[in-house]
Write a protein that binds this ligand. Structure first.
Ligand SMILES: Cc1cc2nc3c(=O)[nH]c(=O)nc-3n(C[C@H](O)[C@H](O)[C@H](O)COP(=O)(O)O)c2cc1C
Ligand code: SF4
Length: 675
């Protein structure tokens, strides 16, 4: 950290000097306009990253053709001005900008035609309905559905087979579209093209996916031919642009199977890196291959992958090429990035999710200020993309709304009391302090962080503690914040302040069922905070997030576990990047999962649970040693009767329903910004 950090040393890439070695790798954001051009939301997001000091920023997944997917597009000359506005703004911060050009691994016009035909049939059906012709309406709707089904069937087929079935003519058309996008990028004043080495190009490079028998299939030289043609074409049509290649490697899972498909195995990838340099590529980004449909391959959630897991391969690439090499994948901390650079294992560090979480990493390195480190939770970024929403980091209340949400300096300096030092209270204290208020935080426990401490106990969850560690580092440096541990905020204290923010959290909910007060009935919170030592057969009532995580904890601590859940799925709200790992763990430990199951009563002091399957009405009686209630939480209520100071609420205690970390951050931020 500090001005001398190796992360801040300039580096030459091609004929361009990057002011430091911090790069924002491509991330689909969902911020772009519907036609794929750069609108306000997108512009403000990238402005924030540039303002934070990153030297090189990539706009992720820019398609050179019109697709239905919500990604940026540069397929029409009319879009050039929006990209030019972006480039001009980034340059004001001495930040270089790349567009990651990618082509999906399917026949875009073919799938698009079917979707358009389906939409047209829907519109015709509506017209028939408006005209009162219900018989014809039904038939048209049927036709629309068939066309839509055909579109999805073709999409799924193509994902596996297009790479092998595409005609050379189709490949040449796609190449031409990519080159035209590069030409537009150059006209817009963009600095670089990042070639997306996964998706269609990666499928062609891949021994696993490419089954062609022509000059684009078979031996390595054939599989990489198309990618090298794309490099050559871009150099010819847009000679002013740097070319950076995101080179995806297929790595190995713990069980020896391949991790990823759309890319190259290690030995082939190393040879290809050399070919890329010879072809005139200016920089290589060493990355993990995907194309398995599991985003956790490339964007692993907390606790599932080592930090900088691509390091051994990056080191090898660095040894065989002389152009700059970047590394991407769970670098997270500044210290980790510095270590990699100091060892000479890479030249540039990509901070992906980390810069969503804290866009000011480079500036904070220079000023030696605490950085809010990403949790690798995937909840606000990856899950949003999967759900076709725009990304918004759980810890960064401004992310995605940079143009409209920002910390306002206080009009009048006030003394504010914050009750509760969970995440909501801590975020409120931070924002209040930055606005210029004096803040006193009262916490009845001996440490800050509230529920995060129990949330960190289940398997793979330890990284969530970074949410608290940030405030542990930051708050002592804010001279206008005092934290009072082991202290209750009295009404007198509250009345002596100008405003109060109550952030007293929630407690575990006990279901009102017969036997819930039995001696062997405990709460998931008691288990996770170590108050109760579990053993034997534990029946967990409630298979939501907390129930599922508690079940995993119990199973990993030698208990036999059964989960009873009213809904049709366990851990319904869990990230799709986490769920497969959790289910594997359940299977390994033989955790029994009873869904659509309603608890009727608890008998024998918690040694037996009676339940009913709500689908088939089958009754169930589970003998056990302990019942663990994990049916949700309920807000805590602070007695504020007689408090005359204005009171604001944040976090779990503020709404009708308790919520997660994102809501805690946002409500704490909002309450503090309103005072
Ligand atoms: C929300 C999100 C969207 C992403 N979109 C892209 C993309 O469009 N193209 C791409 O090559 N990688 C994409 N990635 C992967 C990142 O570039 C990066 O490789 C990955 O997040 C691992 O780096 P990190 O651990 O620093 O986040 C995306 C990652 C996230 C979190
Ligand atoms: S949502 Fe989670 S994983 Fe995504 S950037 Fe924020 S902290 Fe990191």
């Amino acid at each position: 950290m500090g001005k001398d950090s190796i992360l801040l040393k300039p580096i030459k890439v091609g004929n361009v000097t990057l002011k430091n070695r911090i790069m924002f790798p491509p991330q689909t954001t969902g911020y772009e306009e519907r036609d794929g051009s750069i609108g306000e939301r997108s512009f403000n997001f990238y402005k924030r990253i540039a303002e934070g000091g990153s030297a090189f920023v990539t706009v992720g997944d820019v398609t050179p053709v019109m697709t239905a997917s919500p990604t940026p597009k540069l397929c029409d000359d009319r879009q050039i001005p929006t990209y030019k506005k972006l480039a001009d703004m980034m340059h004001e911060y001495d930040c270089k900008v790349a567009l990651q050009i990618f082509h999906p691994e399917y026949d875009v016009p073919g799938v698009g035609r079917l979707i358009m035909q389906s939409r047209k049939a829907m519109m015709d059906a509506q017209a028939l309905k408006d005209a009162g012709d219900m018989a014809a309406f039904g038939a048209k709707m049927q036709e629309a559905k068939q066309l839509s089904d055909q579109a999805y069937a073709k999409l799924h087929h193509d994902m596996k087979h297009f790479v092998s079935e595409a005609t050379v003519e189709q490949l040449m058309q796609i190449k031409e579209a990519i080159l035209q996008a590069a030409r537009r990028a150059q006209e817009a004043g963009i600095d670089a093209i990042e070639i997306h080495g996964d998706r269609l190009l990666g499928s062609l490079c891949s021994k696993t996916l490419n089954h062609r028998s022509d000059e684009y299939g078979g031996v390595l030289e054939n599989r990489v031919r198309y990618a090298l043609e794309v490099v050559k074409g871009i150099k010819e049509i847009a000679p002013k642009l740097l070319i950076e290649y995101k080179l995806p490697f297929i790595t190995t899972n713990e069980d020896g199977t391949d991790r990823g498909k759309g890319g190259l195995h290690e030995e082939d990838g190393i040879l290809f890196a050399k070919m890329l340099e010879e072809a005139g590529v200016d920089m290589i980004q060493v990355a993990q291959a995907n194309h398995t449909g599991n985003m956790a391959d490339t964007i692993p959630p907390m606790g599932t992958r080592d930090y900088a897991w691509m390091l051994p391969i990056t080191r090898r690439v660095k040894q065989v090429v002389s152009i700059p090499v970047a590394i991407v994948g769970k670098i997270v901390s500044v210290e980790n990035g510095e270590k990699i650079l100091e060892a000479g294992d890479a030249d540039i560090i990509c901070y992906g999710r980390s810069l969503l979480c804290d866009p000011y990493i480079p500036l904070k390195v220079e000023r030696d200020e605490p950085i809010r480190e990403c949790l690798q939770c995937n909840k606000g970024c990856v899950d949003a993309i999967q759900g076709r929403r725009y990304i918004s980091c759980v810890l960064n209340a401004e992310n995605g709304d940079e143009g409209t949400i920002f910390i306002k300096p206080a009009e009048e300096k006030k003394n504010v009391v914050v009750v509760g030092a969970g995440i909501a209270g801590l975020e409120a204290a931070r924002v209040l302090a930055l606005r210029g208020h004096n803040v006193d935080v009262y916490e009845k426990e001996s440490k800050i962080g509230g529920q995060i401490h129990i949330a960190s106990v289940p398997p793979r969850k330890q990284e969530i503690l970074r949410a608290v560690e940030y405030y542990e580092k930051l708050l002592p440096s804010l001279t206008n914040v005092k934290v009072h541990l082991n202290t209750l905020a009295t009404k007198e204290v509250m009345n002596n302040a100008d405003a109060v923010i109550v952030a007293v959290g929630a407690h575990n909910l006990s279901l009102p069922i017969a036997g819930a007060d039995g001696a062997n009935v405990v709460s998931s919170w008691d288990i996770l905070d170590g108050t109760v030592k579990p053993s034997g057969h534990c029946v967990v009532i409630g298979g939501g997030l907390v129930g599922a995580e508690t079940a995993e904890y119990l199973a990993n601590n030698g208990c036999k576990v059964s989960i009873l859940e009213m809904m049709d799925k366990i851990a319904k709200e869990e990230s799709s990047t986490v769920l497969p790992t959790m289910m594997k763990d359940f299977a390994m430990h033989g955790v029994a999962q009873y869904v659509n199951t309603k608890v009727v009563c608890i008998e024998a002091d918690g040694k037996c649970v009676k339940a009913l399957n709500t689908v088939d009405n089958n009754e169930l009686a589970l003998e056990c040693d302990m019942v663990v209630m994990a049916a949700g939480s309920v807000k805590n209520v602070l007695d504020t009767e007689g408090v005359t100071t204005p009171v604001y609420y944040a976090g779990d205690c503020s709404g009708a329903r308790t919520a997660g970390i994102a809501e805690a951050i946002r409500s704490g931020y909002k309450a503090a910004n309103e005072i």
